[in-house]
Write a protein that binds this ligand. Structure first.
Ligand code: G6P
Length: 369
């Protein structure tokens, strides 16, 4: 029954719209509200064990790798512990350095991605601890890990990950709270704040989903574009990568994500009327810098689609289109930006007549190398 489209034209749109409920399923029963902490029983690590690690290593492929990159920004900031992020197919063949005090965390929706599974086995073979973030409980990665954070996104059928990605990021947010509370880098008050922000997230995702109409209009206007670049800074840089991946996966428009500060080192040479530039400009500590990057694009004749925070009337003024994204705090707002990017990519693909659930050449789960 879970596999029905429930009135949606395809699984992808259904799954995009399931994000609020998927989030509620994940955060529903693990919050310990009075203590500013969370319960992650599947981890199998008590406070003392958590304190014994001095480094995390997140390993994944595709969108799950982007979730890991977001995790690096948020865990390093909140927990002050170094986080390495690895592409599984590189990691497994590199004879990676994994000390006893490194906690390795594979991230996978399916739990069956060949490279991620091989990375896990490489680590287990060296007697190192592995805790995975996984959506399918009955999967090889979940089974072979010492502990697990189950992402509770439900069955995901669309090849391009949407709700599973969102829940992976929130699983990392929950891990940050747990780790920070165990090590003391997150105070009870800070934990309470983080939980309060998280509790509001599902409703804010719902609100963001209502931007749908605007997304269709933007896609319609730019349908002939064949190149796109996504720019973001800080935690929005991996969101830019994910936005670009989504567009290329389902609409076959060539797209790249770039840290906005790196634009001058290459992509700026590509900017002209045919290049779409998506700028992620939340009102966070990077806003002034992102705005000047946007100016640089506009000055060179680039067509900007700006994603700004609600209430910010200034930033998007010179853009062709502006989407106002609800504010969910510096750490969680990027997830709302990502939801808007999902809708934009979806509308591009639909208007181009593409099969969003089964894009050509792609598989939901890459189980062979
Ligand atoms: C494929 C899918 C992506 C997914 C990636 C990793 O490329 O199309 O949506 O992010 O595999 O899959 P996993 O199941 O390991 O998260």
């Amino acid at each position: 029954a879970e596999a029905e489209k429930r009135g949606f034209p395809n699984y992808m749109l259904k799954e995009i719209h399931e994000q609020p409920q998927a989030l509620r399923a994940l955060i529903g029963d693990c919050l310990i509200k009075d203590e500013g902490d969370v319960l992650l029983e599947g981890l199998g690590l008590d406070d003392e064990a958590l304190r014994s690690f001095d480094r995390l290593c997140l390993v994944a492929c595709g969108s799950s790798w982007h979730a890991a990159l977001i995790g690096k920004y948020l865990i390093e900031e909140q927990c002050r512990i170094p986080v390495d992020v690895e592409i599984a197919s590189e990691f497994r063949y590199r004879n990676p350095i994994i000390s006893e005090t490194t906690l390795v965390i594979p991230i996978s929706q399916s739990g069956e991605t060949a490279d991620t599974l091989a990375a896990l086995r490489e680590v287990k073979g060296r007697n190192r601890r592995v805790v995975s973030i996984c959506n399918v409980i009955d999967s090889s990665i979940a089974r072979e890990s010492d502990g697990i954070i189950h992402t509770h996104a439900g069955l995901e059928i669309g090849v391009a990950s949407t709700k599973a990605f969102t829940n992976q990021v929130v699983a990392l947010y929950l891990l940050a709270i747990r780790l920070g509370r165990a090590t003391g880098t997150i105070s009870r008050n800070r934990g309470l704040e983080m939980i309060a922000d998280l509790t509001e997230l599902p409703d804010l995702v719902e609100k963001t989903l209502k931007l749908d109409f605007n997304a269709e209009e933007i896609a319609c206007e730019h349908l002939t574009a064949c190149d796109a670049i996504y720019l973001g800074r800080g935690i929005c840089y991996p969101v830019a990568l994910e936005g670009a991946l989504k567009l290329k996966e389902i609409s076959y428009v060539h797209a790249d994500g770039y840290p906005a500060g790196e634009m001058k080192h290459g992509p700026i040479a590509l900017i002209d009327r045919d290049m779409l530039v998506f700028v992620l400009a939340p009102r966070d500590r990077h806003l002034a810098k992102v705005r000047s990057n946007m100016e640089e694009v506009v000055t060179r004749g680039g067509r900007v689609i700006a994603l700004c925070s609600e209430g910010d009337e200034e930033t998007g003024k010179k853009a062709e289109f502006t989407l106002s994204i609800p504010w969910a705090g510096e750490t969680l707002s990027p997830l709302l930006f990502n939801v808007a990017l999902q809708l934009l990519a979806y509308n591009f693909a639909i208007l181009k007549g593409k099969d969003v659930d089964q894009p050509r050449n792609l598989a939901k789960s890459v189980t062979v190398e």
